[in-house]
Write a protein that binds this ligand. Structure first.
Ligand SMILES: Nc1ncnc2c1ncn2[C@@H]1O[C@H](COP(=O)(O)OP(=O)(O)OP(=O)(O)O)[C@@H](O)[C@H]1O
Ligand SMILES: [Mg+2]
Length: 594
């Protein structure tokens, strides 16, 4: 449907803005609200996800202020700010801190992006990094919004221009349709493949990346191109557009023989990306234990890949043709757990469906039951589950006798179950029943080399998903990523790459300027770093270090730097921060002397 003339430019691209909002909130770990120039809420996360498309009432003073002034507004402590003074909602306002940044497109303010702190941790994050965050958001919103608005206006009659461009390009171009048949190939590609048009046009060609052999520096990947009886290694980039695959070929890599990776690494485990030592050990262990009927307990930090590993075990087991049923024990309300897990007969209780219901455990019969977040299961359910595991049977509610089940159990948790046992939150007997094969997945920061590998893997995955161009990634970014501590593990890395793929300007590569401040501020000190790196690590702030201790270290470093340099710029340079930040910190510490 064509946009109506009354809808704002941001309203017209609302779904894209919504996606952007969610990603921005996830990488900055703050809630986000976006309004257009008419104060219509275009998108939001958390409490701001409601009332999308509605005009906000006159009490959104901070947002109105940014719109009017076209200037960023930072509020470290909401409610005490002048703008909040006679606000009607002051008493009930949950916002602790706020950063509002105007979205400028060709000098016109088309809306506001606001970042809101609702928890004390988020408030501290805004307080510590307000300047960096607002600068960063202004920059990112500018490229993202201009890219989208610019993209909308691009004409559709460029087909001919592109065809002639491709013919004359000095890079090889190969276009495949949805059946992997060659639709077009340019002269350079023919030369690189040492082939003639008759031999390849309309023929099937298979192109697949070799994820472990990629050239990390350029973002290009080695691909194995298979056609007729030939297999070639081509360094290039794959772009997917609608049903077409467009392969841009950088160069052909001579090779003696291409090792068959399918044989070397089982494809059923191939989607667990990781070649670091601990991951190789884990993968070898998985293949060994997969065929056993014994229960497995996976314990690891959040986002490390527990579900990925559980699914791989299922795929490698003799049960792979049978169901894999995943139950998130933390997500099912306690009152529903019994009926969901064990099912019920018709008329078992008031409100029960007349048809009855097969429980999730029974629906896994013959296959694998994945009990995710088992640490969050109530003690009552633990007792019932224990009976199921011991006797391999379930008793649906209202049934007079149990039903036998044949299931392989894989349980997972990020909790310390031994501690839960000591606190009587987890049954010891159940623990021993499920912990027959214990598996731990290492946190991402301990997988040397895998961060780069996963970064490329996710860039490829997400750019294919959004049907966009595969962007390169600068060597600096590739070098920086392993220095961050990745508290959210693989999921956090995946989210970041998805976000970067979305915000990178078309035709550009992902460089340092696109990295959000919490990633760059959270870098660990490099071995050969000077004071700046120490300063950075202070800002990274170990979870265990108290804020006062960090502040006193920071204060001491600032004093020392100022005693060495009269010039504030030089002092700021030595500390690795901007002059504005240095002034802000000097003000802060002189207002509250030690
Ligand atoms: N080794 C890996 N290779 C490829 N993708 C991975 C890998 N590990 C994790 N992922 C991806 O990262 C995300 C998180 O993985 P998963 O859900 O399995 O983690 P989890 O440990 O179960 O997290 P949580 O404790 O938060 O539930 C998923 O999108 C998954 O596909
Ligand atoms: Mg999980």
């Amino acid at each position: 449907m064509p946009p109506t003339s009354t809808s704002s430019v941001l309203q017209q691209i609302q779904p894209t803005i919504f996606r952007f909002t969610k990603m921005l909130a996830s990488v900055l770990q703050l809630d986000v609200e976006i309004v257009d120039a008419d104060m219509v809420r275009i998108s939001g996360t958390g409490p701001f996800a409601k009332l999308i498309g509605k005009k906000l009432n006159g009490n959104s003073r901070l947002l109105s202020h940014v719109l009017k002034e076209k200037e960023e507004k930072v509020v470290i402590q909401s409610r005490v700010d002048q703008l909040c003074e006679d606000c009607r909602d002051k008493g009930s306002c949950k916002e602790k801190a706020f950063i509002g940044v105007p979205i400028m497109v060709q000098q016109v303010c088309v809306g506001v992006i606001s970042l809101v702190a609702l928890t004390p941790e988020q408030q501290l994050r805004i307080k510590e990094n307000a300047h960096e965050i607002s600068e960063y958001v202004r920059y990112i919103s500018h490229i993202f919004v201009s890219k989208i608005i610019g993209g909308q206006n691009a004409g559709d009659d460029l087909g001919e221009v592109f065809t002639s461009l491709i013919e004359n390009m000095d890079q090889g171009v190969l276009v495949l349709d949805e059946n992997e048949q060659v639709r077009s190939i340019n002269p350079v590609a023919l030369k690189q493949l040492n082939c003639t048009p008759e031999k390849i046009l309309g023929r099937m060609v298979n192109i697949r990346p070799r994820p472990y052999q990629q050239d990390a520096a350029s973002g290009y990947l080695q691909h194995i191109v298979t056609f007729a009886d030939r297999r070639e290694i081509i360094i290039g980039q794959m772009h997917r557009r609608q049903n077409y695959q467009l392969f841009l070929m950088a160069f052909h890599q001579p090779h003696p023989a291409i090792p068959d990776e399918q044989a070397a690494s089982d494809p059923r485990i191939g989607h667990i990306i990781g070649e670091s030592r601990p991951m190789r050990v884990l993968k070898a262990l998985l293949t060994r234990v997969a065929t056993s009927p014994s229960s497995v307990l996976i314990v690891s930090e959040s986002g490390t890949g527990k579900e990925v590993v559980a699914r791989a075990i299922h795929e490698l087991s003799g049960r792979s043709n049978q169901p894999f049923v995943a139950i998130n024990c933390a997500a099912i309300p306690e009152a529903l757990q019994e009926s969901e897990l064990f099912g019920y007969l018709k008329g078992a209780f008031t409100g029960a469906s007349t048809a009855g219901k097969v429980g999730l455990i029974q629906s896994a019969n013959g296959g694998t039951l994945f009990l995710d977040e088992i640490g969050d299961m109530s003690l009552g359910m633990q007792a019932k589950l224990l009976r199921t595991i011991e006797n391999r049977e379930v008793q649906p509610i209202g049934a007079s006798k149990p039903v036998p089940v044949d299931i392989r159990i894989i349980a997972a948790t990020h909790q310390k179950l031994e501690q839960f046992i000591a606190e009587r939150k987890f049954r010891e007997d159940l623990f021993y029943r499920i912990n027959v094969i214990p598996l731990t997945i290492p946190p991402l920061r301990e997988r040397e080399g895998d961060i780069e590998l996963l970064a490329h893997y996710f860039i490829n995955l997400h750019s294919n998903r959004i049907g966009g161009v595969y962007p390169g990634i600068s060597p600096e970014v590739v070098k920086l990523l392993p220095q961050y501590h990745w508290p959210g593990n693989v999921r956090e890395l995946s989210n970041l790459m998805e976000y970067l793929v979305n915000v990178v300007p078309s035709g550009d590569i992902i460089d340092e300027s696109l990295l959000p401040p919490n990633i760059t501020n959270g870098l660990r000190p490099r071995a050969a770093g000077g004071t700046e790196k120490v300063f950075e690590s202070i800002r990274a702030c170990d979870a265990g270090t108290s804020i006062t201790m960090i502040e006193s270290m920071e204060r001491q470093m600032i004093e020392e730097a100022l005693s060495r340099h009269k010039n504030k710029k030089l002092a700021a340079d030595e500390l690795g921060i901007g002059v504005a930040t240095l002034y802000r910190k000097i003000n802060k510490y002189s207002a509250n002397p030690a």
